[in-house]
Design a protein around this ligand. Sequence first.
Ligand SMILES: [Zn+2]
Length: 217
Amino acid sequence: MLRFTKTLFFLISLFWMVSSQAQNEVYSSETTQEIADTTFVNLRDYSSDFVYDMKYATEDNFLKAKVYDCAECMLRYKTVKALIAANKEFMKDNCKIKLFDCYRPLSIQQKMWEIVPKPEYVADPKKGSIHNRGGAVDITLVNANGVELEMGTSFDFFGIQASHNYKKLPVSVKANRKYLKDIMIKNGFNSFDSEWWHYNLKTGLKDNVSNQKWDCN
Ligand SMILES: [Zn+2]
C-alpha cells in the first residue's frame, strides 16, 4: 500500500511538473509572439533613432493647414522594420533619417483633397495612395549635427527640380540623393521619380487603404 501511495504521489508530482512546464511554455510563447507584418504600429515604440519633422502636423506645408492632430509616425510593422534597417546603415555614416510624413489615414487624405483638389499635388482619396496603405514615407537625411543634407529642393516642392531625373544639380546634391536612394532600395523600398523624398515599401503596394486612428495622448 505504501509503495502504491508513493507511486501515486510520484505520478501526481510528475503530472504537475509537466503541466506547469507546459503552461510556462504557453506563457513564454505568448510573450514572444510575433506582430503581424501588416499591423499598424508607432515607429517611436521600436526605435528612438529617427528625427521627426512631421510637416502635416504643422501649418508649414503646401496646404498651409495643420491636418494631423499630433506628430506621430504610424506605419505597418513591415515598413517599420525596413525603415529601421535602412536607418542603421545611414547611422554607420553618422547620418539619420528625418521623417516628413508616414501613414496618412484616408480621412486626412479626404481633408487634403478638399483643400487642394488637384491630382498632380494630392492623391484622389477615391484611389488612395501608398501613404494611405501604411507603406510610404517622405524622408530626408540629417548629419551628426542634425543638419539636413542638401537635396536641391525642399520637401513637397512641386517642380521638375525635385525629380530624380533632373540632372542640372550640383554634384554633391546628386550624390546625396543617390546615397539616400541606394540604401532605401537595398532595404526593400522603391523610389518615386518625381519626388526625391518619397519611398514606397515594395511589399506594401497591395495592402488595403486604411483609416486607422492614432493616440495623441
Ligand atoms: Zn510621399
